[in-house]
Design a protein around this ligand. Structure first.
Ligand code: 5AD
Ligand code: SF4
Length: 479
């Protein structure tokens, strides 16, 4: 039996980091006694939910050091950028935002500016920051977040840009302090890294190989979340369907779902992302049998043409994908399906693209996240050649969005006049007199009525849009 050998490392490393946290907290406290001024941090997160989850850890540590959260750069004593490199536009946005802080750093030389996350695992990005953005104080990667207190403390005393990047996959460190943005819902990372090497994707290079957390650590975390009032967990991993393979203890993702399903207080279980090649019959059965697992599956198909799927190294065909979708629709009637699609992969002709549209029309996804292919240096696809113009790609992309929006709207129409269970997220951002929440199928619902955050309510849908539904509470489940 192999288990992740984290316990020893965890307690030692965390103990050391906690001592540093306490030292910094003490300093901040002393300064507060002298000046009466509190200290603030701002963490700016780009990219996926994994990054958001990492940011919650950074925030947790900063909070224990005595910093309060702010969304205002002028007020901040620490500004951290947690970066994404999946597509080029996220990178461009980052450089713009770091550049914009040059003036503030001149005005406030004690301000600590840090850059971390996926982009910093790439040498060219670190070099760029060193060369052009010398006002950055610290740079670290994805594998050493647990060491943030140590890196941060050094940066507090160092004049030059401090760089701490681990090239090898980080081991899993449990019990890092977490500052969660919401109490009733939580992201729970169940595994790190990815082994798939889809030819367009940079993730395996910046997040390393698949490493699963021990089941007991995950269960313990969710139990404690539940005691704190959490109702919904989103299990995170680049490919959750291969959870457990590396542990070699005969315990897989389906087994994990059954365990989590039995935790009192948790009402809903979600997970992402699933790779179609690993979506097993056992998992479909677990989704049916676990009452708390929501009727929603995010199943990226990326492209419809078998030629492109092969070039993408996705390891399934269009026909196999459609077969899996049919199986899951049959097993879980009314399940919402969402997906990711890339348009304009090298070698994709408009004829190939028609196959993508065909999948979209056949499956009828509730929602699709659509991307134009973005070349990532170091990936296999970066060496492949384009065969159509940027304009033709853009045209295809627009056609895809139009077809998908129409389907999303038609599916939402079927919700009208029916009643759905909604988990209340709080006041609606668009209409202050309404509340907002989500159905089990993941639809955003804005509704009238009175309820508390984290409550489950029944909402009757009376108006539909492409991306949200409107309604009003009919019966309060918990009253
Ligand atoms: N270009 C465009 N989209 C990409 N994705 C990943 N890498 C790229 C890339 N190089 C998309 C995929 C993936 C989602 C998270 O981002 O669709 O599923
Ligand atoms: Fe990237 Fe493919 Fe891994 Fe997803 S499964 S993170 S697309 S390599």
């Amino acid at each position: 039996m192999t288990r992740r050998e984290t316990d020893h490392v965890t307690s030692e490393v965390i103990k050391q980091q906690n001592e540093i946290i306490e030292r910094i907290r003490q300093n901040n406290e002393n300064e507060y006694q002298k000046t009466g001024r509190m200290k603030y941090y701002r963490v700016i997160t780009y990219g996926c939910q994994q990054n958001n989850s990492d940011s919650e850890k950074l925030k947790g540590m900063l909070r224990l050091m005595g910093y309060n959260q702010t969304e205002n750069n002028e007020e901040a004593d620490v500004i951290l950028f947690n970066t994404c490199c999946v597509r080029e536009n996220a990178e461009m946005k980052l450089y713009g935002n770091i550049g914009a802080l040059k003036g503030l750093k001149k005005k406030k030389p004690d301000l600590i500016i840090g850059v971390c996350g996926c982009m910093m695992q790439q040498k060219h990005a670190v070099d760029m920051i060193k060369e052009k953005y010398s006002h950055v104080d610290l740079i670290f990667g994805t594998h050493n977040i647990y060491k943030f207190p140590e890196i941060f403390e050094k940066a507090l005393h160092e004049k030059y840009t401090l760089i701490d990047i681990l090239d090898t996959d980080g081991f899993i460190v449990e019990n890092i302090p977490v500052e969660r943005d919401e109490k009733h819902k939580a992201w729970v990372t169940i595994m790190y890294g990815c082994n798939n090497f889809c030819s367009y994707c940079i993730v395996p290079y910046v997040r390393g190989r698949e490493r699963s957390r021990n089941p007991e650590d995950i269960i313990e975390e969710i139990r404690s979340l539940s005691q704190d009032g959490c109702k919904e967990v989103m299990l995170l991993g680049q490919n959750v369907n291969s959870y457990g393979k590396d542990l070699k203890i005969g315990f897989d993702f389906a087994d994990l779902l059954y365990k989590i399903n039995s935790i009192d207080g948790i009402e809903r279980i979600r997970f992402m992302t699933s790779h179609p090649k690993d979506l097993s019959d056992k998992l479909i059965k677990a989704m049916c049998e676990c009452s708390k697992v929501c009727e929603h599956l995010h199943l990226p198909f990326q492209a419809g043409s078998n030629k492109i799927l092969k070039l993408m190294n996705r390891k399934y065909t269009k026909e196999e994908y459609l077969e899996k979708v049919n199986k899951i629709k049959e097993a879980i009637p009314g399940i919402a399906l969402t997906t990711d699609i890339i348009v304009g992969f090298p070698g994709e002709t408009t004829e190939d693209f028609e196959e993508t549209l065909d999948v979209v029309r056949k499956v009828r996804f509730d929602q699709a996240f659509t991307f134009i292919y973005s070349k990532r240096e170091g990936t296999a696809a970066a060496k492949m050649m384009d065969v159509i113009s940027e304009e033709e790609k853009r045209n295809n992309f627009n056609r895809l969005v139009e077809v998908q929006n129409q389907i999303s709207r038609e599916i939402n129409e079927s919700y009208k006049d029916n009643i759905y269970e909604v988990l209340v997220d709080g006041p609606s951002k668009t209409n202050k007199n309404m509340l907002t929440g989500r159905t089990r199928t993941g639809k955003v619902v804005n509704f009238k009525g009175e309820a508390k955050i984290g409550e489950l309510v029944n909402v009757k849908i009376n108006e539909v849009h492409s991306f949200s539904l409107n309604g009003e509470i009919v019966i309060n489940n918990q009253s």
